[in-house]
Each structure stands twice: as C-alpha cells, then as structure tokens.
Ligand binder design. Structure first.
Ligand SMILES: Cc1ncc(COP(=O)(O)O)c(C=O)c1O
Length: 406
C-alpha cells in the first residue's frame, strides 16, 4: 500500500529502485524517497486525515512503509506547540511557539527518524546496524533496534552527553566512546560496515530517516490549520530535520494542501561550530573545509562537515532563510531565562534556537509581527543541568529568613 515511486539521487537526479536496503546513490550522494503524489492525493483527504488518532502514524501515506504491519512503535505522540509569551514580550517580538520534541519516546525527535528507518531495515531483513552519534540518535536507534530484534553498534565522541550513552547501553546496544569527533566515529562505522557487513545508519547514508523527520513538518502544518509559520528555527548538525521538514512542505504544496508563502528555514548553529552558516554566508553550494576547532557544549550541532551540506544549503536558499550562529554563553543564559520565566526546560539545542531568534530579531532578519516556530529537539533532561550547590547542616542553627535570599 506504499505510495513510494522510486529513490532519487539528490545530486544527479538519477532514479534508483526502492524495495531493498539502500545506502547512498551511485554518485555517492544522499538518496531521497519520491512518491506518486497525485495517487496519494486521490487516496487521502484532509477530512479523512482529521478522523485519525494523533501522532506520526496518521501520515502513513506520506511514509515509505509497505503498510501498517511494518509500523515499529514505542507510543510516538503528537508533540505540543508551547507558546513563549514572556520571552516574546521581553524581546519585542511576535508569537513564539516551541515544538517540543522532548515528549517523544527516548526523549528526542530522533525517535521519528529511527522508528521509520529501523522499520524499513527490519522489512529488508537487516540484522546489524551501526551508527555514529552525538548521543540522542544512538539512544533512539538502540530502543527501536531492541523493539525490532536488530543488533546495534553505537559510536560516540568521548564527551557525548552521559545520559544518552547510558540509555543506548541500557537498551542493549554495544556502545563505544571514541577519542574524536562525530566524523571520526563515522569513519569507524564505514570501516566496520565494510569488514562486518553492518548496515551504515550514518545521517543521510540511508534514505528513510528523513522520511520520519518529515512528520515534524506534516504535524506542524496540520496543527497550524495548514498555514505555515513565517520562520522555523532548527538546531542543525547533520540537518535531517531541516531537509525532512522542507521535503514535507514541498510535498504538501505539490498536492495543494498548503498555499501561500513557505516558511523561511533558519539553520541554528554554534559560533564554535558553524560550517553551514559560514558556507551560506559565503554563497557556497557546499561546506568546503570541515569546521575546526569544534568548541561548543551544544552537542547536537557538533558536526564539522555534514554529509547533507548541499541539501541543507539548498533548503536555506530555496526558502529565503539563513543561518544564525550563537555563542554557548547566550544559549545557557536563554535556557535559564526560559526555564524560570516560562517553566519550560529546553535542551541546549532548543535554547540555541531561542537565542538565535533573539539575535535574528535584533538584526531585523525576522520582524516583530512574525510568527516563528523554534524546535526543541530533545527534553531538557537530556542536557546537563547546573549543579545544586546550596547545602544545609540540619544540626546547626538555621536562619530560615536567609534561605530566600543570596
Ligand atoms: C537535541 C538535538 N538537536 C539537534 C540535533 C541536530 O539534528 P540534525 O542532525 O537533524 O541536524 C541533534 C542531533 O544529534 C540533537 O540531538
């Protein structure tokens, strides 16, 4: 019952048959899944969609699974749009909505891509998967791998956040800390894949993960009454969400479900690792040199040269968007402000989007009347939180009045 017509090389446009485990195109570039959209539009209407239960599986026709029997689920939900009115008022900006992906299984948006990619691998009879990851993707791979009965190998940079690594190990993945960055982990996966026949699940080296990420765009469009926001701020490492959401909007436009102006897509990176922001500002079509040295605590964007660089830069150009790099200090200050004033615990990556929005508003890159959506791609509980340093000796005299000050 799938509406997939073929796979397409993102560089040359060459058609590749779907229906078996695929990695990259013959030209070595990411493959994109193409659908028979006219047939899809005849099979599904907005009214029909509105009757279905919430969550990503309501968009099955836009997904590559052969049918409902392929669904691999851990209870994926529709993630909420949480408004930040106090921040908007302080900045003198417009409506700010946070799409909080931290509510997904394994606490991050990685669940969307990996539920689909692991389901497809299972359908094709894959037995072993390996992946380089900053942490959250490894945790999601391990969880869905456990569910599917597929063995998983996870390679992380030495300083990847502890919680996600332990989570991946808890789900039974073989987790390794590597003395290097994510690209070094990727090199190990490629070597292991050649030697051991592992299926390489590196970002955009298989075509189905971005199809899962596409559901962020579908969900957002439907929730906003099929009227897309003015701008979307997305914390960009490998760029799967940026590419996936843009693909969703293009598919929706092709079948006439969304009309009018498309959102400007904004790639948020760190001043300590901003290869896409730099390349876009230089008018380049790709990232020529890997970013060095990589210096940021925002782990999700620590990707010195993303494999999908051309696709990401194309999304920014086509959408009239831009790249915005933010300093760690601004990210941490923003996270603390939103946690205290709005009650929302953002991951560092989500806080980076808020900091980038503030910066873009101050520069006039977004207007004060514009509605923006910021992506919080993981629960704040997955990012390190400031230590609690106040102590009390219950045997000593306590000045209770002083507890509320200082
Ligand atoms: C919380 C979080 N935000 C953003 C990203 C970057 O995502 P993408 O690879 O889609 O650019 C990651 C990836 O590790 C992440 O874990």
């Amino acid at each position: 019952m799938s509406f997939v017509s073929h796979l397409e090389c993102s560089l040359t446009g060459e058609r590749v048959a779907a229906g078996g485990p695929q990695t990259v195109s013959p030209a070595g570039a990411p493959l994109l899944v193409r659908y028979d959209l006219p047939r899809l539009a005849r099979a599904l209407s907005k009214a029909e969609l509105a009757k279905r239960p919430p969550g990503m599986w309501r968009y099955l026709e836009f997904l590559p699974l052969r049918g409902r029997e392929d669904i691999l689920s851990l209870g994926e939900c529709e993630t909420p749009l949480v408004a930040l009115p106090r921040l908007g008022a302080r900045l003198g900006g417009g409506e700010i909505l946070v799409k909080d992906e931290g509510r997904m299984p394994t606490g991050s948006f990685k669940a969307r891509g990996l539920s689909i990619a692991v389901a497809m691998a299972r359908a094709f009879g894959v037995r072993r998967i390996a992946m380089p990851t900053a942490g959250n993707a490894g945790a999601a791979l391990a969880a869905y791998g456990a569910r599917a009965g597929i063995e998983c190998f996870v390679f992380c940079p030495e300083d990847a956040p502890e919680a996600a690594l332990r989570e991946a190990a808890l789900h039974g993945a073989r987790v390794f800390r590597v003395d290097g960055l994510i690209n070094h982990c990727g090199e190990l996966v490629a070597r292991g894949a050649a030697r051991m026949g592992w299926f390489d699940f590196s970002t955009l080296r298989e075509p189905y993960r971005i199809e899962g990420k596409k559901t962020m765009g579908l969900e957002l469009a439907e929730r906003l009454g099929w009227r897309l926001p003015d701008a979307i701020f997305y914390p960009t490492g490998g760029g799967t969400g940026l590419i996936g959401m843009w693909k969703a909007f293009r598919e929706l436009a092709a079948i006439g479900w969304v009309e009018g102006r498309m959102p400007r897509m904004v790639a948020v990176q760190s001043t300590g690792c901003a290869p896409l922001v730099r390349a876009f500002d230089q008018g380049a079509a790709e990232v020529r040199e890997p970013w060095a040295p990589v210096e940021t605590r925002v782990h999700g964007v620590r990707v010195p040269k993303p494999f999908g660089d051309r696709l990401c830069l194309k999304v920014l150009a086509e959408s009239g968007g831009f790249g915005e790099a933010v300093a760690d200090e601004a990210v941490e200050a923003m996270r603390a402000e939103i946690a205290r004033s709005e009650g929302l615990n953002l991951s560092l990556e989500g806080a980076a989007c808020a900091a980038a929005y503030a910066q873009a508003l101050a520069k006039g890159r977004v207007g004060p009347a514009e509605r923006v959506v910021l992506f919080n791609c993981a629960s704040g509980l997955k990012s390190e939180m400031p230590a609690v340093t106040r102590r009390l000796d219950r045997h000593a005299p306590i000045d209770f009045a002083a507890l509320g000050t200082g």
